[in-house]
Structures are given as C-alpha cells and as structure tokens.
Design a protein around this ligand. Structure first.
Ligand code: CTP
Length: 405
C-alpha cells in the first residue's frame, strides 16, 4: 500500500528546501499531499507544489468543501511532516488553533507528526517558542532541533532547516516504526560517539583507523527519529549531519574524551560507537618530520590514550544512565568472539556491549552489520545481518528497557 504523506509548509525562506523534500517523497513512491500556509505561498507558489506533488493545493478550508478536506487529509495520513515549521505555525499548533487547512489537518491527524522548525536563532530561543515546542513534544510530536549555520542573510546561528535528504531519512525512520512507538525516546538526552580518532605525528601525518562513522550516525539518526535529544560527537567522519542532531566535531582521542565527558554530565544514555585510537605518539613534532639521508626511519614512541568508555562507566556522572560500548573482535587462541566480548564488558564496566565479529574487515564502510548485544545482567540479544539502522533501533530498544527498568 502506498504511504500517504502530508507535507505541511509554513511561511519561511526555507520553504524552497521543502521542494526537494517533496521530490524525495514522490520519487520513492510516496503519495504526497502538500498543505502550504498562505504565507508559504509568498515564498513558493501553488503551481510548484501542485506540479511536484501531482495534486491541487489549498491553504484554506473552503476549497473543495464537498470532500471535507479539513478532516480527510489529516485522518488519512500515515505521517504529517511540517517543514519548515515557523514560530507562528508552532504556536498555532501548540494552542490547537484551526484557522487554516494545515492547522485543521494537524488537529485531525492521529498518525506520527514531525515538525522541522526553521527560524532566526532569537525566535527559536524565545521562551514562547520553547514552551510551544515542549508542549508539542509532550503530546507525542517529533520536533527536530534546527541545524546551526548560515541563516537568511549573512548571519549564522541555530535555526536552519536540516538538509532535506536528512529530514527524509528521519521521516522514513518514523514511518518504519509506526504510530505506537515512534516517539518512545522523547524526553531522553543521549550522547553518541562516531568515527575514528587521529593521533598526529606532525602537522600532516597521523595514525588513524578504518571506522567510517556509519554505525554511530545511524544510531544518532534513529534516536532523533524516536524523539531523543541527541548529541553526536563525531571524529573525522565525512557524512552529512543527521537532522535534529547536535554535532560536535573532534579529531583526537583527547578531544573526543573531553567532548563525551562534558556531554555525558546530564545524559540518560551514552553509546560509544567511535573507534578511539588506543595509542598516541608521545610527542607531536611541530614541523613536518623529514626523511633521513641514510635511509633510516624515525622511531615512533607511543603512549596509551585514556579509555573513555571505562571512565564514563565507572564515574557515572548521572546515576541510572545507561552506558553502551562497542567491541570489534576477532576470535583467537584465548577465546571466541563472545568470550572476549564478555570479558571486555566486565573490564569496561558498561551496561551493554555490542559485539561485532570483524574477522576479514567485513563491517568497515559497509551499510550492513550483525552483532550480539551482551548485557551486564547476563542477557544476550543476537541481531542478524541487516542494515546499521536496524541494529541502531535494537540498541535503543535495549537501552530503553534498561533505562525504564
Ligand atoms: N574505547 C574508548 N576509549 C578508548 C578505546 C576504546 O572509549 N581509548 C571504547 C570504544 O568506543 C568501544 C569500546 O571502548 O566502545 C571497545 O573498544 P576496543 O578498542 O575494542 O577496546 P579496547 O579497550 O581497545 O580493547 P582491546 O584490549 O581489545 O584493544
């Protein structure tokens, strides 16, 4: 059955980006009804929405009254996405006003509703807007955090509409989970680390690893689609920022540690999906290290980096927080992959350890993953080969179970 998407567009400059979002929905086979506000049509005209969606558009409740659109559109929707959602639209939605077709639709919809706000930083931060956002979230809507960056003019700050491709991914995640569980992480603050750290030898050379960041980004995206407040500490990853996620960029293990420890102070869950380098050069040369004439190579002396997972597991900034680690293992003469995983879980002191068998380097850069999630309480959940998104959702299910417990 075709999925019915209602794309609400309110009157902000980012309305032009909703055209690309609309295309992504239609090109992937969704049936889309666009409901712009009158102000949205000041930015992008009705012919654009009609041509791209293949349907007539209306802003008021008096067009095509015989089909009762103010009730039908919302009732029949599988998801309603409002992008961009202006401060005015959020206020009207939070207060249950029904003065145009979009606000009527929001009142009749019983499916998941996603708001992607976009406005100037001051408007976003205003207590009135924040109170409206809190009200909408409390009622089960997913209100994604705006991105930071260039705003309408030369100014920058928080308030940008996330990239349409990433809003599309988030809404796909919401649709996959359905109406019952889509915002089950609402109210939780989570921290995810992703990518691989670099340890510099000199200004141009570093020791690094093969982590692509895909699993950590899938975790961040999945948590945001389930309504969590997400901080993603990203080490050297070249992937677009997931919609609604606050991204902190780092390079070295020391920077990763600082960012994770600081974000963890008031977090309900932390997932260490990053691959921090275990060792760093004892000294970093200020100048590029030159080749020696005699053909000899310079010695590299290494020292151990701090173990961030062990530190946050033992310090527990917030009692009751759930700490999750990853273990990329290859079985050896000392034990199987799972034996080594159990030992690592105990050594690190975390609540859950996601164990990957990386013999042959299969998971690096791949869209798929398979794992066993080991719990400190003795449980083991096998996740068969599937997308990193599926594994991400199972990890959050296990986190939620423990957090609730
Ligand atoms: N980790 C960390 N800090 C480090 C190294 C690793 O927080 N300096 C975290 C990783 O993010 C991952 C988990 O620890 O969640 C497992 O990493 P792994 O490298 O497999 O563990 P090691 O402690 O390095 O174990 P081993 O003795 O097998 O190298």
């Amino acid at each position: 059955m075709t999925t019915r998407v209602v794309l609400g567009v309110s009157g902000g400059i980012a309305a032009y980006k909703a055209c690309e979002l609309l295309r992504r929905f239609t090109e992937s086979g969704h049936d889309v009804t666009v409901v712009p506000t009158a102000a949205a049509l000041e930015f992008v005209g009705a012919p654009t929405w009609a041509a791209l969606s293949g349907k007539p558009v209306a802003t008021d409740v008096w067009t095509g009254v015989h089909a009762v659109p103010h009730v039908q559109i919302g009732q029949q929707a599988d998801v309603v996405v409002v992008a961009p959602a202006t401060a005015d639209l959020l206020a009207r939605a939070a207060h249950g006003l029904a003065d145009d077709l979009l606000t009527n639709t929001l009142l009749t919809a019983r499916c998941p509703v996603v708001f992607a706000p976009a406005m100037h930083t001051e408007m976003w931060e205003h207590p009135a807007t924040q109170a409206n956002v809190a009200t909408l979230r409390q009622r089960g809507a997913v209100v994604i955090e705006p991105a930071e960056g260039r705003l309408t003019g030369a100014d920058t700050g928080k308030g940008r509409l996330p990239e349409p491709a990433e809003i599309f991914e988030l809404v796909r995640g919401v649709l996959e989970r359905g109406a019952q569980t889509h915002a089950d992480l609402a109210g939780l603050k989570v921290v995810v680390s992703a990518g691989g750290t670099r340890e510099y030898l000199d200004p141009v050379r570093f020791l690094g690893n093969r982590s692509s960041g895909l699993q950590g980004y899938a975790l961040a995206r999945a948590a945001a689609s389930r309504g969590a407040h997400v901080t993603l500490v990203s080490a050297n990853v070249s992937l677009p920022d997931p919609a609604g996620v606050g991204v902190v960029r780092v390079e070295t293990t020391a920077q990763l540690r600082e960012a994770v420890v600081s974000a963890t102070a008031n977090a309900d869950a932390v997932v260490m999906a990053a691959a921090p380098a275990d060792f760093r050069p004892t000294a970093v040369s200020d100048a590029k290290i030159k080749k020696a004439d005699d053909g000899s190579a310079p010695p590299i002396e290494l020292e151990q980096n701090p173990d961030i997972l062990a530190e946050i597991s033992h310090d527990r900034a917030r009692p009751g927080a759930v700490v999750v680690g990853f273990a990329a293992e290859t079985g050896d003469h000392t034990g199987s992959v799972l034996d080594l995983g159990r030992a690592k879980l105990a050594r690190k002191g975390c609540d859950l350890l996601v164990v990957n068998d990386v013999s042959g380097g299969a998971v690096f850069g791949s869209d798929d993953n398979e794992a066993v999630i080991l719990a400190a309480d003795g449980a083991a959940v096998e996740v068969p080969r599937g997308s990193k998104t599926v594994l991400a959702h199972v990890i959050w299910d296990e986190v939620l179970r423990r957090f609730a417990g």
